[in-house]
Design a protein around this ligand. Structure first.
Ligand code: NAP
Length: 250
């Protein structure tokens, strides 16, 4: 892999992925809603930061042209950007539902297709890794639309893998469990509000669902992503790999 595009690279899992891929020798395009955070991570990764909203599908062509001009054509894409709204089912609004799918599903699909089509046009090969979640398989009380969006990520990953399998572009997904990031802290706060408990109680409850007994680190996820982008996984496509300390065993 020469040039990797990582969305949601401003913090958490995306930041760890950007740093890992850069350590492995890739030029990394760090994309985030927050341009300053993207630039800060890019500076650490020796790459370049871009402010972009992955729900703005119309902007993908300009974004990819800019990255191609700055770093070269993208041959590794990691769709990390995601939103997870945590509230009781009765509070879910159509606008929130639409936002969850616009970011987690629609943006991921159209960016994946754009990158894959460019690779095919250039007669090049590449790989894409999508961020799913154990929530695709395990229902969560206050994350109805989030779980559905991550199930859609698993399904899209398989369909895209099938379409591009003979064209040299592999698609796989990673399903993280409980990972220590700002999203996990925010979810614990919102779940505590919904249940009338404390965020720490919610984090403790979640940890009880992890057989390995520890919270995952963003780097636990990043090293799996690096494997799925690398030639070491050259015969693997259409799979979802759980990185969850044993929460899910299938
Ligand atoms: P995070 O701490 O919330 O980081 C997500 C990053 O994505 C933020 O920098 C955020 O920017 C950015 N982002 C959000 N919406 C965006 C958009 N429309 N366009 C571009 N960037 C956007 O989340 P995380 O915990 O690292 O999670 C990363 C991914 O892993 C997500 O897809 C999440 O669903 C998945 N995941 C996480 C866990 C976990 O335990 N943490 C478990 C399973 C799956 P702003 O902060 O500026 O909004």
């Amino acid at each position: 892999m020469n040039v990797a595009l990582v969305t949601g690279a401003g913090q958490g899992i995306g930041e760890a992925v950007a740093l890992k891929l850069s350590a492995l020798g890739a030029k990394v395009a760090c994309v985030d809603l927050d341009g300053a955070k993207a630039a800060a991570v890019a500076a650490k990764a020796g790459g370049k930061g871009y402010k972009a909203d992955v729900s703005n599908v119309a902007g993908f062509s300009d974004l990819l042209n800019q990255i191609e001009q700055d770093l070269g054509p993208v041959d590794g894409l990691v769709n990390v950007a995601g939103v997870c709204l945590t509230r009781p089912i009765g509070s879910v609004t159509p606008d929130e539902f639409a936002l969850t799918f616009a970011v987690n599903v629609q943006g991921l699909f159209f960016l994946s297709r754009s990158v894959a089509d460019r690779l095919v046009e250039h007669g090049a090969t590449g790989a894409v890794v999508n961020m799913a979640s154990v929530s695709a398989f395990l229902p969560k009380l206050e994350q109805i639309d989030y779980g559905a969006s991550k199930a859609a990520v698993v399904s899209l990953t398989r369909s895209l893998a099938l379409v591009y399998a003979a064209k040299g572009v592999r698609f796989n997904a990673v399903a993280p469990g409980m990972i220590d990031t700002p999203m996990t802290q925010a979810n614990a706060q919102n779940r505590a509000k919904a249940r009338g408990t404390t965020p720490q109680e919610q984090l403790d409850l979640l940890l009880k669902t992890v057989p390995m007994g520890r919270v995952g680190t963003p780097d636990d996820v990043a090293q799996t992503v690096a494997f799925l982008l690398s030639e070491e996984s050259s015969y693997i496509t259409g799979q979802t790999l759980d990185v969850c300390g044993g929460t899910l065993m299938r």
